[in-house]
Design a protein around this ligand. Structure first.
Ligand SMILES: [Zn+2]
Length: 251
């Protein structure tokens, strides 16, 4: 089947995936093949088909995914027994759970998707420029620790995001972000101020003591195989997902 679904090896008993475009389908505009988010103009039948395909390939039915209504903040939604399976959590940019069989979803097209798994919890994080500045990654780690997990045992996967090669920002914004996150310092391939948000996230995770960080070193905007949706490349484009689920409890 055509939608790109990458298996991520995160931890024992944990399923994790990053999706991408369907390059055999329509060009990467509105409703482009592989899109997993509600986008205008809404194409519910196409969206349902695409989600169903990803559901088949991950073994996780889309009706059970916990999506977020993301707001570029640092609030964390905890999925516990009070949250009905498949419910969307609004106004949050990270989801954390210690329950099994609760699939957490993050939706992106240039922002950094981060999947996390510790001994007892999993998390999905949306870390755009504002999320990096407001500390959403640290907030997610704190929530995992608050649920009893040990940060040193947490593994992280940083998914497809726009690279420093392409993420051009004004000089004053560059200065502001790099002052807090030196690892984000970058120049575009055309020589202007840029941010490498994935590098900033990587450094934040390592500084927090996360035991292992893997990074998909690819840029959503200039990937030579055009595998990803990129808002900078096309503001009307679709969204790819990161998905993570604890499939069974570990000792
Ligand atoms: Zn690039």
């Amino acid at each position: 089947m055509p939608v790109l679904v990458l298996d991520v090896d995160l931890a024992d008993g944990v399923g994790a995936w990053f999706t991408g475009r369907d390059r055999t389908g329509s060009p990467p505009g509105v409703g482009a093949a592989g899109n997993l988010s509600h986008r205008r103009p809404h194409q519910p039948a196409v969206l349902a088909r695409t989600r169903a395909e990803v559901g088949r390939r991950t073994g996780r039915a889309p009706a059970t995914w916990h999506t977020m209504h993301q707001v570029h903040g640092a609030r964390v939604g905890v999925v516990d027994d009070t949250v009905p399976p498949g419910a969307e959590l609004r106004g949050v940019d990270a989801l954390v759970t210690r329950l099994t069989d609760r699939t957490l979803a993050v939706s992106v097209a240039d922002c950094v998707p981060v999947l996390l798994a510790g001994a007892t919890t999993v998390a999905a994080v949306h870390a755009g420029r504002r999320g990096v500045q407001t500390g959403v990654v640290t907030a997610a780690l704190d929530a995992m620790a608050g649920l009893g997990d040990d940060v040193a045992g947490i593994r992280a996967a940083i998914g497809p995001a726009i690279g420093g090669c392409c993420y051009e920002v004004p000089a004053d914004l560059h200065t502001e972000v790099v002052a807090e996150h030196p690892a984000a310092d970058a120049r575009t391939t055309w020589g202007t101020h840029a941010l490498d948000l994935a590098a900033a996230v990587h450094t934040t995770l390592e500084k927090a003591g996360v035991g292992g960080v893997q990074r998909l070193a690819t840029c959503t905007r200039c990937d030579p195989d055009a595998r990803w949706f990129s808002h900078r490349a096309d503001p009307t484009t679709g969204r790819q997902f990161g998905l993570v689920v604890r499939e069974r409890a570990t000792a």
